[in-house]
Design a protein around this ligand. Structure first.
Ligand code: CMC
Length: 392
């Protein structure tokens, strides 16, 4: 059956060629289409970054305008899809709702199946980028037992998300521009990260020719786990559990104990063996948002800073090159903004949808692409005969 290499966890297997995102894990460098994440976060909006990721170049003013208009045009959900929410328990985890709703988009846009047509592909990409904030916000409203808020075209992408999350029909709502900008930066920092578990899942699902909505739903399912996108939620739960700066030492000790499965959530990364550049930017966003909202003395933020300080001085973490990752600070920012803990991973999914769909499109337009089919090392019993019932 031919030779292959056993590589559990894909530590040394490159699964594809890609021109989208570059990571230098030793330097702590992240580039989208060659541009450093620091410059993009500082100078571009998330939708400009989305355009860049897909098209390979930043949009000029006219292209930006047209792209933003197209996204706004598709932000609404079909009424039947809105009624689909009612099938979930009211306390359903919003990630469970997202897996379902995004997968269900497949049932609404049949032309998405024919993705060899560039126009159809473009429509699917626009629909996903446009509808994800609406889907996330409606999951939140559903959990809260509040009326869905429809998207507003006079607001930008992040402001509109805040409006759909936090506005109610009874009162005037104006998104705080500093907070909206911080949210936009969070989206940019999460937009793509080359062949991580969820992106690889999207590619593997897409390699069979499955439709893009089904593939993104698979990516959302994979992102949910606490070793991946679920880490921001797990990190905040951990900070709540630690509760007080005086208990940080105890938890650091647990994280180092081989017999204890506890890990410091928001710490460590498969590729970054230096400070995660996204975490550095997120830390600054955290300062900005807490400052704007007058929460500089936030208990959890102080706790996080102390945890980081102690861990970065501890030999165990230094030797293993364990630094805070993007999820370490993103939860604190989101909590300060008023996003509940269970929604953190949904916000990650909203932003990463841009990377997933870009990677999906790169794959299916690559003339060399084949169905993904990993091999295995079989360790089960050798051939044997089925015994009669009396002999079992
Ligand atoms: N706390 C304590 N020890 C850790 C941690 C941690 N967070 N992460 C790794 N280690 C130790 C681990 O015990 C092992 O030690 P030893 O060599 O003595 O056995 C060593 O560091 C290497 O760990 P590994 O599990 O082999 O590394 P990996 O590349 O397979 O795992 C990881 C990477 C991100 C899954 C892991 O660091 C982890 O579980 N971190 C916590 C969860 C987390 O924050 N995930 C978010 C990742 S970034 C954003 C995203 O992908 O969503």
């Amino acid at each position: 059956t031919g030779m292959f290499t056993y590589d559990s966890g894909f530590l040394s297997t490159g699964s594809c060629k890609s021109a989208i995102t570059f990571i230098d894990g030793d330097k702590g460098e992240l580039l989208y289409r060659g541009y450093p994440i620091e410059q993009l976060a500082d100078q571009c909006t998330f939708l400009e970054v989305a355009y860049l990721l897909r098209k390979g170049e930043l949009p000029n003013a006219a292209q930006k305008d047209e792209f933003e208009r197209s996204i706004k045009n598709h932000a609404m959900l079909h009424d039947q899809l809105m009624r689909f929410y009612n099938g979930f328990r009211r306390d359903a985890h919003p990630m469970a709702i997202m897996v379902g709703i995004v997968g269900a988009l497949s049932a609404f846009y049949h032309e998405a199946m024919d993705f060899s047509d560039e126009e159809h592909r473009t429509m699917s990409v626009y629909r996903l980028i446009a509808k994800l904030p609406t889907i996330v916000a409606m999951a939140y409203k559903y959990n809260m037992g509040q009326q869905f808020m429809f998207p507003r075209n006079d607001l930008n992408y992040a402001e509109n998300f805040m409006h759909m999350m936090f506005a109610t029909p009874c009162e005037e709502y104006k998104p705080n521009p500093v907070v909206a900008h911080a949210l936009d930066v969070i989206f940019t920092l999460h937009a793509d990260h080359e062949q991580n578990a969820s992106t690889s899942t999207v590619r593997l699902a897409g390699s069979s020719g499955a439709n893009p909505f089904a593939c993104i739903s698979a990516g959302i399912a994979c992102l949910w786990g606490p070793a991946h996108g679920g880490a921001n939620e797990a990190c905040l739960n951990m900070l709540e559990e630690i509760g007080d700066v005086s208990r940080v030492g105890e938890y650091i000790k647990r994280a180092k104990d081989k017999d204890d499965s506890f890990r410091l959530m928001g710490f460590g990364h498969r590729v970054y063996k230096n400070y995660d550049p996204r975490a550095k930017l997120m830390r600054k966003v955290c300062y900005d948002v807490l400052g704007e909202l007058g929460l500089e003395n936030d208990r959890l933020f102080k706790l996080a800073m102390e945890l980081e300080r102690i861990a970065l001085e501890d030999d165990f973490f230094v030797e293993r090159k364990l630094y805070p990752n993007v999820d370490f600070y993103s939860g604190i920012v989101q909590k300060a903004i008023g996003i509940p803990t269970s929604m953190f991973t949904c916000v990650f999914a909203l932003a990463r949808t841009v990377g997933w769909i870009t990677q999906w499109e790169e794959m299916i337009t690559d003339p060399e692409y084949k169905i993904g089919r990993p091999r295995q090392l079989y360790v089960g019993p050798a051939r044997r005969d089925v015994p009669d019932m009396a002999q079992r």
